[in-house]
Design a protein around this ligand. Structure first.
Ligand code: FES
Length: 126
């Protein structure tokens, strides 16, 4: 199946994501398990990841939706302090240096943030 045929879902309004600010959280099914995804804006760009540290499979936010460190330059894991580059999810400091967060395709269309399912990432249907 080509990547562009996976279903796309509206997540929030573009204005809801402030640069370097709080994330919008959403439910995803990853590898058959329900977990959280998150979307943030950095340097104007919207990015999204599964909320699961590359070190230990734990959620990373300090409090729900708070992923940026105090400099607002890095996504930081609250457990052991790994620092990730916001735009590509690469860990540049900490116990999982060199590993990456699991990315979720996200983009904006007409003022709405959207995310796209993938072979191992599905929307949660209630
Ligand atoms: S669980 Fe994230 S740095 Fe250890």
């Amino acid at each position: 199946m080509s990547a562009d045929v996976w279903p796309v879902h509206a997540l929030c309004n573009s204005a809801d994501l402030i640069d370097g600010g709080e994330a919008v959280l959403f439910d995803v099914q990853y590898g058959g398990q329900t977990c959280l995804g998150f979307a943030v804006r950095f340097q104007g760009q919207v990015v999204a990841y599964v909320n699961r540290c590359a070190h230990v499979a734990m959620e990373m936010d300090w409090r729900p939706g708070q992923f940026f460190d105090e400099t607002r330059q890095w996504l930081m894991c609250a457990t052991h302090g790994a620092l990730y580059q916001p735009l590509d999810g690469l860990c540049v400091a900490g116990p999982c240096r060199g590993k990456r967060l699991l990315g979720i395709e996200a983009f904006e269309r007409d003022g709405v943030v959207m995310w796209r399912e993938a072979h191992n990432l599905k929307a949660v249907v209630f």
